[in-house]
Ligand binder design. Sequence first.
Ligand SMILES: Nc1ncnc2c1ncn2[C@@H]1O[C@H](COP(=O)(O)OP(=O)(O)O)[C@@H](O)[C@H]1O
Ligand SMILES: [Mg+2]
Length: 290
Amino acid sequence: MQNAQSHFLGTKDYIASEELQNSVNISAALGRPLLIKGEPGTGKTMLARSIASALDKQLFIWNIKSTTKARDGLYIYDTVQRLYDSQFGDHDVSNIRHYIKLGKLGEAFVSPEQVVVLIDEIDKADLEFPNDLLWELDIMSFDIAETGETIKAVHRPIIIITSNAEKELPDAFLRRCIFHYISFPDEEMMVAIIKVHYPDLEKKLLEEAMKAFYWVRSINGLQKKPSTSELLDWVQALTVGGISPAKISSEMPFLGALLKKDHDFNLILQRMHNQGAQKKAPTPGFMRNW
Ligand SMILES: Nc1ncnc2c1ncn2[C@@H]1O[C@H](COP(=O)(O)OP(=O)(O)O)[C@@H](O)[C@H]1O
Ligand SMILES: [Mg+2]
C-alpha cells in the first residue's frame, strides 16, 4: 500500500486533471457529495477507487439500478427471513434487530474510520431517488423506524456520486453537491492514461492507434462513440495480435474492440471503403479528413 495522500492527487493507475483533483479536495473539505458526470468510460467509477486508494480509506460501492430505492442504502428490514424463521426456524424472532441489515450508506455511517462511498450511476434510478436521499446526506443520520434506533455517522464519509447524464437530476439535489464534469480526454491526457495502463507500449503503435481512434470518434452518425475503455481494449488487442503500426489506419484490425454496434461497424467500414476508393494520397486513405 502506498503512503496515504492528505490531498487527492490521482494515483499511479489513475490520471486526474488538476481541476478534478481540486473538485475532489473541495468536496472532501466541505463534507459535500461530489457529483461526477461524463460520458461512459471517462473514469467516473475508477475515480472513487483511486480516491479511496490515495487517501487509504475503505471504499463502499452502492450500484444503483432502475429498481433501487433510497432506503436500500440506509437499511433493509428482512421481513421474509423473519417470517421464514417464525415458521421453520428455531431463532428468536421477537428481536427485530436481527432482521435489520444496513445498506452501503448505513455501513459507511457506522464505520469507526472515515470511508469513501461511491453511489454509482445515480441516473439509473427514478427521479424520486436523489430527492429521497437529500435529508440523510445532509444530516448524515437516519432513523430505523422498526426499532426506533438512530444511526448517526461517526465520520462524514467522502461521497462520490456518478451519473452518465441519462436524466437531469433535481435542482435541490444539485445544490447540495459539488459538481464536476469529466470531459472526454484530449490527446495528451489520453496518451497519459494509456501509458499508466501500458507503460511499455511501442510509440508508433500508440500514435497510430490514437490517430485512428480520434478519427473514428469524429465520424458523424455513430450510435455509440468508442470511449477510453474501448481504446484501452483495442490497444491491447493490437499489441497481443502483433499488428504492425503501419496497418492500423488502413486495415483497422479488431474494430470490434472499438465499436459495439453493427450500425457503427458498417458506417466505419463504409467510410474506409469510400476513402480508400478515392485517389491515393500520401496519408492513408481514411485519415485524410481527420
Ligand atoms: N483518468 C484515467 N486514468 C486511468 N484510467 C482511466 C482514466 N479514465 C478512464 N480510465 C480507464 O477507462 C476504463 C473505464 O473507466 P470507468 O471508471 O469504468 O468509466 P465510467 O465509470 O466513467 O464509465 C477503466 O479501465 C479505467 O481504468
Ligand atoms: Mg462507471
